[in-house]
Design a protein around this ligand. Structure first.
Ligand SMILES: Nc1ncnc2c1ncn2[C@@H]1O[C@H](COP(=O)(O)OP(=O)(O)OP(=O)(O)O)[C@@H](O)[C@H]1O
Length: 490
């Protein structure tokens, strides 16, 4: 008695199916005031679907939604959720790209009307951005479409925490750090803890289990549409959490054990120099190497990948690329998927020219390729002919991966591609990358996850559009990468 915090929301027996897919099979979930609840589970476990129900964007087939003890299931909607202080920042960002940051803030706050609304909206969002991420570099007048993916993610998160007329009790953050570099992610999560200390509640969904363990009070694990475990965060560790998710992790030790390959042993297949580079430093990749592009988000890594891509398909000053190239986008929403097509076609599209028979695509070969990648990379769907949007976010990303890996590209450019992919699949993809590299494929890999740099043979750290450090895996330490990320180049 008396130790139980006041309950903000309580979901009871929530069920939801999409055709043959049972996304939620009767889920109970409660969130207390002043609590950060970590929600984890494999890709397709049902986390986003459950959050969509709570945010009012998806009606459940059955179940109760209680807010502050009141049953609201009938007529529940985004507006009702908002009025009751519930906000959600989804994985697929929802800002309007053609509007400014201030205008996007106004969309959430109808109270900002009349003379000077734009200035007031601008002030509101700027104050929140300053509070969460000092030095963010975003101005309220910036058009959202011109911002980087990480900056858009920051604006969307900051916006969710702004308050005008409606109350704010609970913010759902669905993979909020997926496009943020490590230090920005830490700033955000520390802000989350400050909000929680003020009595607000947060549901934090992440595939980065370290984040979950460090910043949540309680952790709920979902598997196949059900809650399968629930404990205070300090009663989980990484292994028990992974175990509860139903993932077998046995590869990790292999990374450190792999011998560091001799750099000069194979021919150079990429040499590229950034236009902003003031010295002779170039990015160099030998055949069969995995090259990491590190540094704070938005410091020229994506630009470098695009430069290499352009150099492969046409002539480009300062870039020399030997061999066909594929690009795996991190921003699957705008660059990665073909939203009108099936999962199968999204996987095979780059390989169709190799499947022509009498100038027509051999549909049997196409289906075989799709099916083999479904197995290899574990795309969770009853049918590869379903539309790509029927997949969970992480499974869409797997399809984008399969497209590049299944193509004839000898050089694969990866723009922070593991966003939203669950821990079990990630380890399997890392194994695929290593096997492919050993067979002679070359990877240029921009990643915002420090752990992933352990899989690279060689790492270039970027700052302000330039390479400021050049580190082999032997020499790599987190400290070294962070120091170079923050240090101005000499
Ligand atoms: N609009 C839809 N149409 C058909 N199936 C869907 C739809 N939305 C979700 N699903 C299915 O419901 C299941 C649960 O998906 P959900 O997005 O909730 O998973 P998740 O746990 O959030 O996964 P991830 O970690 O990849 O984001 C998946 O099998 C998915 O394919």
């Amino acid at each position: 008695m008396g130790t139980q915090p006041e309950q903000i929301v309580s979901l009871k027996g929530v069920a939801k199916s999409f055709g043959a897919v049972r996304a939620l099979a009767g889920v109970d979930l409660a969130v207390g005031a002043g609590e950060c609840l970590g929600l984890v589970g494999h890709n397709g476990a049902g986390k986003s679907t459950l959050m969509n129900v709570l945010a009012g964007t998806l009606a459940p087939d059955s179940g109760a939604i209680e807010i502050h003890g009141k049953d609201l299931a009938a007529g529940y909607s985004v507006t009702v959720a908002h009025r009751n202080g519930i906000r959600c920042v989804f994985q697929e960002l929802s800002l309007c790209p053609n509007l400014t940051v201030a205008e996007n803030t106004r969309i959430l706050h109808p109270a900002l009307k009349g003379f000077g609304w734009k200035q007031r909206a601008g002030r509101l969002i700027k104050e929140k951005l300053d509070e969460i991420l000092p030095g963010h570099g975003i101005s309220p007048g910036d058009t959202v479409g011109d911002l980087s993916l990480g900056q858009r993610q920051m604006v969307e998160i900051a916006r969710a925490f702004t308050v005008t007329d409606d109350p704010l009790h609970l913010v759902i953050l669905d993979e909020p750090t997926s496009s943020l570099d490590a230090s920005t992610a830490q700033q955000l999560l520390e802000f989350v803890r400050r909000e929680v200390a003020r009595g607000r509640s947060v549901i934090l969904i992440s595939h980065l289990l370290g984040e979950i363990l460090r910043y949540s009070d309680r952790v709920v694990v979902m598997k196949d549409g059900k809650v399968v475990a629930e404990r205070p965060a300090d009663r989980f560790d990484r292994d028990s959490l992974v175990g509860a998710m139903g993932t077998v992790v046995e590869h990790h030790a292999a990374v450190q054990a792999t011998a560091v390959r001799e750099r000069s042993g194979t021919p150079v297949v990429v040499r590229a120099k950034s236009a902003l580079q003031t010295d002779d430093q170039a990015l160099v990749a030998h055949r069969g190497e995995i090259i990491g592009l590190a540094g704070l988000a938005g410091h020229g890594q994506t630009r470098m990948l695009l430069q290499v891509f352009a150099g492969a398909v046409g002539r480009m000053h300062g870039v020399d690329v030997q061999g066909p190239v594929a690009f795996i986008a991190g921003d699957r929403q705008t660059e990665g998927i073909f939203p009108l097509w099936s999962i199968a076609r999204n996987v095979t599209v780059r390989s169709l020219p190799r499947m022509l028979r009498h100038q027509l695509v051999d549909s049997r070969r196409e289906a075989e390729m799709a099916e083999s990648w479904k197995q290899r990379i574990k795309i969770r769907t009853p049918d590869m002919d379903n539309n790509i949007l029927s997949l969970s976010g992480g499974n869409q990303q797997k399809a984008v991966f399969a497209r590049a890996l299944g193509s004839d590209a000898e050089i694969v450019l990866m723009d922070d591609p593991m966003r939203g992919v669950d821990v079990g699949t990630k380890l399997e993809v890392y194994d695929i990358l290593r096997a492919e590299a050993a067979a002679g494929r070359t990877f240029l890999w921009y990643t915002t996850e420090m752990d992933e740099l352990n899989y690279c043979d060689h790492i270039y750290v970027f700052r302000n559009g330039r390479i400021v450090a050049d580190v082999s895996r032997e020499e790599m330490t987190e400290q070294k990468i962070l120091q170079s990320s923050f240090k101005e180049s000499a």
